[in-house]
Every structure is written in C-alpha cells, then in structure tokens.
Design a protein around this ligand. Structure first.
Ligand code: UDP
Ligand code: MG
Length: 335
C-alpha cells in the first residue's frame, strides 16, 4: 500500500487583506487526484492591515492550514524561506498571494513532479503588468544571466514546485538574504520549466517597490557572482599594462634618441607612473575582493555539493556475507 503524497502550498502575504478572501476561495477549491493531499502555510510578513486576523481565522478553523506571523516585515524572499522552514509536504508549491500565478496550475506542476522532475519552475510567457516593470524584469534577468556564476533560467520567478529533497538541500545553506530563484537553480537536481501566463493582480496594490526590486537584483547579482570582483582585478591589470607600455616607450625613446626627454616625454613618464600605481591599487583591491568573496561564500555556508542518488549493493546482500565469510575464514587460517 502506498501512502498519500503531500504537497504544502506556501504563500507569503504582506498587507494582502483585499485579496485574501479571493485567495482563500481559490486555494480551498484546489483539487488533485486522490493520491495527493494538500496543506497550506500562509506566512504573514509583518502586515499592518488585517491580513493576520484573516489568516488566523482561517487556520484556526480548518485542518491542514497553518498561519505564521513574522515579527516584522522581512521581505518577500525571507517570508518565503520562513514558509519553507514550516512546510512538511513531500513537495512544496510556491505561490504569490495576489493570484498573479494561477493556483490551479498546481495540476500541471504535479504532473511534471510525477514524471520525476524535482524542481518544476514557472516561466512567464506573457506578463500583464506595467511597462516599466516588464522592462525592469526583462533587463534584470538578462543581466543576471550574463554575470551570474550559475545558470538562472530567464523569466522564471518563485512560482514553482519543489521536491522535499530540494527544499531540504536549500535549507542547509545559511543565507541571510536569500535569493530563492538563484539558490533553487544552484542546488541542481532534475529541473524542468513550465510555461504560464502571468495575470494582473487580483486585488490590492503591489508590494514590491522599485527600491525593493533593485535590492532583489543586487542580492541576485552579488549572491551568485564573483564577476564584479573579477572585473576590478581585470581593469587593474589593464591599467597596469597600459602604464607599463607607456613606461617602456619612454625608456626606449631615451635609449634610442640618446637624449634628455622633452616636455612631452616627461608627461608620458608622469602618465606611466600614474597608470602603474592606479593599476596596482585596483589589482590589490581585486585581490582583497577575492578573499571577501570567499568569506561571503563561507558565511552563507552553502554545502559543497548535494547527493541526489546513491547506488550500491544493499548491505545485507549475500555477496557481502560471503565476503565476511571469506575474511573470517582467512583470519582463522592465519591465526
Ligand atoms: N510580499 C511579502 N513581503 C513583502 C513584499 C511582498 O511577503 O515585503 C508578498 C506579497 O504579499 C505577494 C508577493 O510577496 O504575495 C509578491 O508581491 P507583489 O505582488 O507585490 O510583487 P510583484 O508581483 O510585483 O513581484
Ligand atoms: Mg504580484
């Protein structure tokens, strides 16, 4: 007999009182094949409206609904992370409260999970949002794809379904400013994209301001890339090389012309000196940056690797016993 597989739906909510009744309605009516059980974790990220009273009313009444109230507003990504820490399902389904990501898509996500994919992430084919937001997101994902040390899929947000193994792997790291779509890509495992159309907000106002978006982008770039640090080193080496070339030209002109340099010559010498010292300083900063990068990585305590599967002979297999027999046999003979 196989027991039911459980899926925890995690929803971060910040001042979402306007949309909560709609959200509740849609979540309550979610249905899957009978072999699955759905439960919910609603995270109140320090709301100041009556989001919490609504959440706690729902969760007190219904089995399988858990409400968590954070002590203050920690931001979307941290609220989600707190939700992951509370989720107990065999898979975790991540959803925004504003119904921009259709909850009913869960069926398609579960289908892919059943097919053996451990991360099913939503990719937006269309966004029904303001022009500036579309441009901001589009350019952000493209910049990130260029600078990040890992491959973060284009136009994929946090809307996803993750297997328990993946959630556990993510939670092993010690991120203080998690960038979930980055860590999700970083941990690996079998991942697949699922296309969907992003709807406009069902009710209420959006909570992500431009400054929060910029902060998210900064977290994404600096959390998953050492390229900005490398750029300092490279520019330092470039300037240093330039200075070296000017200095060489200056010395050669003295030797070849066998004369004291004129004003232009001394200017070149000055430039060479300046470039050499600037180059040296930049390179040194870059080197210090390399160490800072390493300290950052050590501080975020991301494990070295994750094992997704192990294949070996079961420990009680006959051949192992045979081996033990042989060991005993030879030991006795040697004695
Ligand atoms: N959110 C949150 N904490 C915040 C900001 C937002 O938990 O500090 C939640 C919000 O309630 C919503 C989700 O994060 O469920 C996405 O927020 P929003 O819809 O404003 O962002 P956008 O759709 O513009 O990315
Ligand atoms: Mg939204």
């Amino acid at each position: 007999m196989t027991s039911k597989q459980s899926i925890t739906v995690v929803v971060p909510c910040y001042n979402e009182a306007d949309v909560l009744p709609l959200l509740y309605e849609r979540l309550r009516n979610l249905s899957l094949e009978p072999e699955y059980r759905i439960d919910f974790v609603l995270v109140d990220d320090g709301s100041t409206d009556d989001t919490w009273s609504q959440i706690s009313a729902i969760c007190r009444e219904r089995e399988g609904w858990k409400g968590i109230r954070l002590s203050r507003n920690f931001g979307h990504q941290r609220a989600l992370w707190s939700g992951f820490q509370q989720a107990t399902g065999d898979a975790v389904f991540v959803l925004d409260a504003d119904l921009q990501d259709p909850p009913e898509k869960l069926r398609d996500f579960v289908e892919q999970w059943k097919n053996g994919h451990q991360v099913v992430y939503g990719v937006r084919t269309k966004r029904k949002e303001s022009v500036w937001k579309k441009i901001a997101y589009k350019s952000f994902y493209r910049i990130l794809a260029r600078v990040a040390d890992i491959e973060i899929p284009l136009d994929s947000g946090d809307f996803c379904l993750m297997d328990r193994q993946v959630v556990d792997a993510m939670l092993q790291s010690n991120e203080t400013t998690p960038f979930i779509r980055g860590i999700r890509a970083w941990v690996g495992f079998r991942q697949v994209a699922l296309e969907y159309e992003r709807n406009p907000r069902a009710a209420g106002r959006e909570k992500y301001s431009l400054s929060m978006l910029v902060e998210l982008a900064i977290n994404g770039v600096f959390g998953f890339s050492r390229k900005p640090l490398r750029m300092i080193t490279w520019s330092g080496l470039l300037v240093f090389g330039l200075g070296g070339m000017i200095a060489l030209g200056f010395l050669l002109s003295i030797v070849l012309n066998a004369s004291v340099p004129g004003d232009l010559g001394w200017m070149a010498a000055g430039m060479a000196g300046l470039s050499l010292s600037t180059g040296l300083i930049l390179t040194s900063i870059g080197i210090v940056g390399e160490y800072v990068g390493r300290v950052f990585e050590a501080a975020s305590a991301r494990p070295v690797s994750f094992v997704s599967e192990i294949s070996e002979r079961p420990s009680d297999s006959p051949s192992r016993q045979e081996n033990q027999f042989n060991v005993d046999f030879f030991r006795k003979r040697a004695a």
